[in-house]
Design a protein around this ligand. Structure first.
Ligand code: FE2
Length: 482
């Protein structure tokens, strides 16, 4: 009998049919959901928004990276008269030009090709595919390091690039992870200027209407890729990992951004603390040489700043290649850093006892920036196994008990975007977690709703979509009364 043994990670498949998530673009649609299995709580009123890359196919061109696809935004709206679903592409400059041309024109994060174009010859033309947030009465879709695009909050029609009243322009560095103060409504954000000689972190503060309050420029030791940050009562915290961008490789030699990035752990990692009020630097704290894509939350107690992150041994972007995703994700764990702010010193570093690859952490929005107990994230079961994998667990983490509560999908079903927590009014902890799922074998998509404090019990409601949608990145829930 002939027995063949897999010899490389690419030969082993723990995510059957996952390539189906990338082989066709979802068809835009808007409709009422006519069937919900299970019970939705009465307090679930508002809209779950999700952004993510959805168009991976242009004639004669095969992108090779999850970050390459054009952004499509989903809106699952829970009203008194039922549930409706809308999904539309963001009409970015890139999307419109490539639709018109009928082929790929622009270089993307993971894919460079002969004759590809850049934005003003200095950066990527954003596919606007990472996140989506309500800002005041507007809905803004974000890509990595570019201006957001304004959408109609109901129809998701694109209104245009959002320049904050002309105060920012298309080359202003601007991350896909703004942070919002739930009390003041202020928005903070950052962006990296990747100059080899004068790398800087731009830090921005806006009022609740989107009017800029300040923009500061803080020096960086190197032009490092930074994706996310956190805010607490008085501080903004940036986790600076030594993931260094070679702009000459990107600009002069035509490489993709992925290929222009190098991991240089000998440089070490830092927490950069910024005074929220003024935008000026408070401290830089050495914290080893880990990599952080996403922070969970940060909060202050007395003289201490607590910074909770999902920390990895190395960057994650090389695990996003299509169709073989997450073949060898490196060590990843939730970490709680305690920092003595006045002395600029690390006090403690406490890991959460969870060793699987996890990402897309969310907290109760009422607790953001304060001492909180629970968070939720997606995880990959058996993430140390070689071979293709994808998110197949929704995990509820409890810092107080150190316990986890885990829902695992059936084989061939993948969790397809960041969960959102919707609190039960009047309760301190209760609520529901909403999470999209993609059944690759059946080529169908749905949304799952869980009791957030007992996700292991499985979904309490399932909302089936008419047609499959893409694997998303970041979500937000806009409650009906906000
Ligand atoms: Fe992100």
């Amino acid at each position: 009998m002939n027995v063949t043994h897999p010899t490389t990670a690419e030969d082993i498949d723990h995510a059957p049919f996952l390539e189906r998530a990338f082989d066709r673009a979802p068809v835009e649609d808007s409709y009422r959901i006519d069937r919900v299995e299970g019970e939705l709580p009465d307090y679930l009123r508002g809209t779950y928004y999700l952004n993510g890359p959805a168009q991976f196919r242009r004639v004669g061109h095969q992108p090779r990276h999850w970050l390459d696809g054009d952004g499509m935004v989903c809106a699952l709206a829970f009203g008194v008269d039922g549930v409706s679903f809308t999904h539309r592409f963001v009409r970015s400059h890139k999307f419109v030009a490539e639709e018109r041309a009928g082929r790929a024109l622009f270089r993307t994060f993971g894919t460079a090709f002969e004759g590809d174009r850049l934005m003003r010859d200095i950066g990527l033309e954003s596919p606007v595919n990472v996140s989506v947030y309500p800002v005041g009465d507007k809905l803004l879709a974000f890509g990595e390091q570019g201006l957001p695009w304004e959408l109609d909050p109901h129809t998701l029609e694109t209104r245009g690039q959002f320049t904050f009243g002309g105060r920012l322009n298309p080359v202003s560095p601007f991350s896909a992870h703004p942070a919002f103060d739930p009390r003041s409504g202020e928005m903070f954000n950052f962006g990296v200027s990747f100059s080899a000689n004068r790398p800087r972190l731009n830090f921005y503060r806006f009022d609740r209407s989107g009017e800029p309050i300040y923009r500061r420029r803080l020096p960086l030791d190197a032009p490092t890729s930074i994706h996310d940050f956190g805010i607490s009562a008085n501080l903004a915290t940036i986790y600076v990992s030594p993931h260094v961008m070679a702009m000459d490789s990107f600009l002069a030699r035509g490489s993709s951004l992925l290929d222009a990035l190098s991991w240089e752990p000998e440089r070490g990692s830092q927490l950069l603390l910024i005074d929220r009020e003024t935008g000026h630097e408070r401290a830089r704290v050495e914290i080893g040489s880990g990599y952080c894509l996403h922070l969970i939350d940060s909060f202050e107690l007395g003289d201490l700043l607590f910074v909770d992150v999902l920390e990895m041994d190395q960057p994650i972007y090389d695990q996003y290649e299509i169709p073989t995703l997450f073949p060898e994700p490196r060590g990843c764990r939730p970490i709680r850093y305690a920092i003595d702010v006045a002395r600029g010193r690390l006090v403690s570093r406490v890991p959460f006892a969870f060793e699987e690859m996890c990402d897309f952490p969310v907290v109760d929005p009422r607790r953001a920036g304060t001492d909180y107990r629970d968070f939720w994230a997606l995880a990959i079961a058996g993430s140390d196994r070689a071979g293709r994998k994808f998110f197949d667990q929704l995990v509820h983490f409890d810092w107080r008990t150190g316990q986890t509560d885990i829902y695992r999908t059936p084989k061939g079903v993948y969790l397809a975007g960041e969960p959102a927590f919707v609190p039960r009014p009047g309760s301190r902890r209760d609520g529901v977690a909403i999470c999209p799922a993609f059944d690759a074998a059946a080529r169908s998509s749905c949304f799952l709703v869980f009791d957030a404090l007992d996700v292991a019990a499985g979904p309490s409601a399932r909302i089936a979509l008419r047609a499959p949608v893409h694997l998303g990145f970041h979500s937000t829930f806009a409650s009906a009364d906000s």
